[in-house]
Design a protein. Structure first.
Length: 484
């Protein structure tokens, strides 16, 4: 067949077929004086046909058509091994799905995209070769060229870390951590967030009713100021996959509290608080890094060097679920660990209330008769509600006001302080988790472009191979093939 017709919506298909068979694409605007491209579509014709049309145009002194056809005839269609970078806008749900595969395979987004597209491209070419077997039989060199490019696509791509395909996320040294996106509601929760983070830190360092280490109070002032001014500067979002659901990604927020100390800073702390107390606090603070803590604890004055103390505080996690190509859902996770921690806080809260009641001669069982009744009647499956029975009670507020009036000494006020602190920590957990969910949702919604490297000749047909597919179905097909 010397000519092949394509509809007005098949321009890309026509151009690919023309390149593959070393022919040319013409439309009515190139053979007539029509001012706009014909709705009848496109013809793919051999160069001999172009020669005939040019000759006829010269015969008719139709210089406009001559110029148009000469433009087509002079187009070069060489084979190429050039790599080009392509960027595509995707839906939020598709974006999360790609991210899931990236995390699963511990690689870059670009690698993931290439791995998923290679089998799709191969299947398309194989079907194309079968469909146009007669037309392609004499021009198999170009088809072979494309199959060869697909075989070496991954190997030809630039090294992952040089691709700069980060979609706004850290993708080099910390492939599983997200740089959170600033949200407007952070201004409304700065105080709560700062209070919650420092509260979690204190509960990991100190026992209830134990006076805080004075060295800690020195650092606390600086951390509190930094958190209230810009809490996101210290906040990261670690991400991991849900192994039971390929549509879910878990976000675990954390804050790293740190302080750089020069040799002079350390010596000033020694003078102000005593060397033993300073070393005890730093080694305890650094207990999450046993090697560094042990090393510092054995240093002498002559060995002091600049150090950076740091400790991670985890915040309530949340879950992002793919709901469709353009939809996703983010919600807090009622994880056993969080529930258990809050239940323990609740137990300590009630213990402190009962102890303070004895100190100021209040029968707390009569004072909180409704709350104790709720706890007794709460079924086991409602354990997650235990922490909020006392924490949300207006009776607790009345108790604290009365206890403040009846307090006899500093120890009584310490009880009031600790009770109020535990109440805040329980209530703040939900507020902080809601904020984190909003933060995650905002961070995902703001990013929708993916990039990858592909051979220029492969790109001639790749969009055709992807027609009718979205990245969710592409990823699901890829994951299913790996399981087989």
């Amino acid at each position: 067949m010397s000519e092949l017709l394509f509809s007005a919506t098949q321009e890309r298909e026509a151009e690919f077929f023309a390149w593959l068979t070393d022919r040319r694409v013409i439309s009515e605007t190139q053979t007539t004086k029509a001012s706009s491209r014909s709705s009848k579509g496109f013809q793919v014709v051999p160069i001999e046909k172009i020669k005939e049309l040019i000759s006829d145009a010269f015969e008719k002194h139709d210089n406009t058509t001559v110029n148009r056809l000469l433009e087509v005839a002079t187009q070069q269609q060489p084979l190429s091994k050039e790599l080009i970078r392509k960027s595509m806008r995707v839906g939020s749900g598709e974006y999360l799905k790609l991210w899931y595969v990236k995390l699963l395979e511990k690689t870059s987004f670009s690698d993931v995209i290439v791995r998923m597209l290679i089998p799709i491209a191969k299947d398309y070419l194989a079907a194309y070769e079968k469909k146009y077997q007669k037309e392609l039989s004499e021009k198999s060199e170009r088809l072979g060229h494309l199959f060869s490019l697909l075989e070496s696509w991954s190997a030809l791509s630039p090294e992952s870390r040089e691709r700069a395909v980060d979609m706004g996320f850290v993708d080099v040294e910390l492939p599983s951590e997200v740089v959170p996106n600033y949200t407007s509601d952070v201004d409304n929760i700065k105080d709560v967030l700062s209070r919650f983070i420092l509260g979690e830190l204190e509960r990991s360092l100190f026992h209830p009713l134990k006076h805080k280490n004075k060295v800690y109070e020195e650092f606390k002032k600086g951390w509190s100021s930094e958190l209230e001014e810009n809490p996101l500067s210290k906040l990261g979002l670690e991400v991991s996959i849900d192994p039971n659901d390929t549509n879910r990604i878990v976000f675990t927020p954390n804050v790293v509290l740190s302080k750089s100390l020069t040799k002079e800073d350390q010596e000033k702390l020694f003078e102000k608080y005593g060397e033993v107390d300073v070393i005890d606090f730093i080694t305890e603070f650094m207990s999450q890094s046993q090697k560094e803590a042990k090393y510092y604890g054995h240093m002498t004055d002559d060995e002091l060097t600049e150090i950076c103390i740091h400790r991670q505080v985890n915040l309530p996690p949340c879950l992002a679920t793919v709901r469709g190509p353009h939809e996703f859902e983010v919600k807090g996770i009622a994880s056993p660990a969080i529930t258990e921690k809050l239940v323990q806080y609740s137990i300590r809260l009630r213990g402190l209330i009962e102890d303070l009641g004895k100190r100021i001669d209040i029968n707390v069982y009569n004072f909180f008769v409704a709350e104790y009744k709720v706890l007794r009647e709460l079924p086991p499956e409602k354990d997650a509600e235990i922490p909020f029975v006392f924490a949300r009670s207006e009776t607790l507020n009345n108790f604290l006001k009365l206890a403040t009036k009846l307090a006899k000494d500093a120890e009584d006020f310490l009880y009031v302080k600790e009770i109020n602190s535990y109440r805040n920590q329980i209530l703040d957990t939900k507020k902080v988790q809601n904020f984190i969910c909003n933060l995650v949702e905002s961070s995902i919604s703001r990013r929708s472009v993916v990039s990858f490297y592909v051979n220029a000749d492969v790109w001639r047909f790749l969009p055709l191979a992807m027609e009718g597919k979205n990245w969710i179905t592409i990823a699901d097909t890829y994951l299913a093939s790996k399981q087989k």
